[in-house]
Design a protein around this ligand. Structure first.
Ligand code: PEP
Ligand code: MN
Length: 407
């Protein structure tokens, strides 16, 4: 006779208990390791990536999906880092009780912070915490973001997808997640056409408060389901610092939209996240303001940032915005971070999206993000600029195989 459901559930309870025991053992070791660390060296991103690679492989060998293990471990790492920071802070509080008051220069310190919470813990005065520039920096306004002479491009992985590597990355999906059927249809076409990442807005920055504001966390669940079902990492916009942690539980990339490029509270919050960030250029922002906004994220501990050019406001009313391709070689020269282009929000008109995507790649973009919808005329936001599925398929192949611009 086959095992009853109740018996299987009992066995599951046993397995869960063993997982808790193993995590408690890990927790104890993490506590011990804190004794060997200092506040300017808590997080070791390289070691974390190496562990994730190893565990992903072990998971696969055991018949598990590597994403399950890597996302679980990213959460575990975050908790471990937070725990170690607290322990180190307690230790330095205890030590400082026995030491003379620090001088002004040592209070300001020079070591770079390693993560967001280390930076954002504010003092009793309520003064915002201020990260110190990296020790080797000169007066540059964005020393972490700036490309130093001979510095290679920065590339990082989101799941299996490499951002900033030799192959252009293609991100597609609707402006807004509207329904299960809609996002599943989009995910299917993005996957089949060879796209790498699924996009979809859940919290929408709309000019009018009466326009569709997005499905919120319900939309995020749908987007995450679609990403899982079709094996695509997902990206969605975060507009509220209080949402960062919750959105980061599900979204592989956190998007900062054009309208929030200089929302410094939000930049600090995503700086403390373990998720990569896509930072769009503000519609009225200069290149240096854009790169300085990226510096906030790095200075607060998150080095996995990609920039997204999406059009700026000029005197020209023929298009929704002007796609500033002139900035592409400039930005590629000034920063080592990956740079991609969103032609949809730039031109606002479906038929101009594809030529602009090609122009962007020729000018040095390392990826393209476009909007697509099963029925653009019925879209609840940005229908006129959303590609039909047929249009998306036509755009996809040449984008995926475009040669790097050779900058
Ligand atoms: C978007 O990508 O959904 C979006 C709102 O873009 P932007 O912030 O560039 O307007
Ligand atoms: Mn849109």
């Amino acid at each position: 006779m086959s095992t009853s459901l109740a018996a299987i559930r009992e066995q599951l309870d046993d397995v869960d208990q063993r997982i808790i025991d193993a995590l408690a053992a890990r927790h104890a070791l993490v506590q011990k390791a804190a004794d060997h660390k200092t506040e300017d060296y808590v997080r070791d991103a390289e070691r974390e990536e190496a562990i994730l690679d190893r565990l992903g492989q072990q998971a696969e060998d055991a018949g598990l999906h590597p994403d399950l293990i890597t996302s679980l471990y990213r959460t575990i790492f975050d908790h471990s880092v937070r725990l170690q920071e607290e322990l180190i802070e307690q230790r330095s509080d205890t030590n400082s009780k026995h030491e003379p008051a620090p001088s002004a220069s040592s209070r300001n310190g020079s070591a770079p912070p390693r993560n967001g919470s280390a930076v954002s813990s504010s003092s009793a005065t309520g003064r915002p915490a201020q990260p110190a520039p990296p020790p080797s920096s000169n007066d540059a306004p964005y020393p972490r973001v700036a490309r130093s002479p001979q510095q290679a491009d920065t590339a990082f992985h989101v799941g299996e997808v490499e951002i900033g590597g030799t192959d252009p990355v293609l991100i597609g999906g609707p402006c807004s997640v509207e329904s299960r059927d809609q996002i599943m249809a989009c995910a299917e076409v993005v996957k089949e056409a060879g796209g790498h990442i699924l996009r979809g807005g859940c919290f929408k920055p709309r000019t009018s408060p009466y326009s569709f504001q997005g499905l919120g966390f319900e939309g995020l669940d749908l987007l995450a389901d679609a990403g899982r079902r079709f094996g695509l990492p997902i990206v969605t916009e975060v507009m509220d610092p209080d949402h960062v942690e919750r959105i980061a539980e599900q979204s592989d990339i956190l998007q900062i939209g054009a309208r929030n490029m200089q929302n410094f509270a939000l930049l600090k919050a995503v700086g403390g996240s373990h998720r990569p960030v896509m930072l769009k250029r503000g519609m009225m922002a200069t290149v240096d303001e854009w790169l300085s906004a990226a510096e906030y994220i790095l200075a607060h501990g998150n080095e996995r940032v990609m920039l997204c050019q999406r059009g700026i406001r000029t005197f020209e009313p023929a298009t929704r915005f002007t796609l500033d391709l002139t900035a592409l070689p400039v930005v590629r020269e000034r920063t080592h971070l990956p740079v991609i282009v969103d032609p949809s929000h730039a031109c606002g008109t479906r038929r101009w999206v594809t030529p602009l995507a090609h122009g962007a790649l020729a000018a040095g973009a390392q990826g393209i993000m476009v909007e697509t919808h099963p029925c653009p005329d019925e879209a609840r936001s940005d229908g006129p600029q959303s590609l039909t599925f047929e249009g998306f398929r036509r755009l996809a192949a040449p984008v995926r195989t475009a040669a790097p611009a050779g900058l």
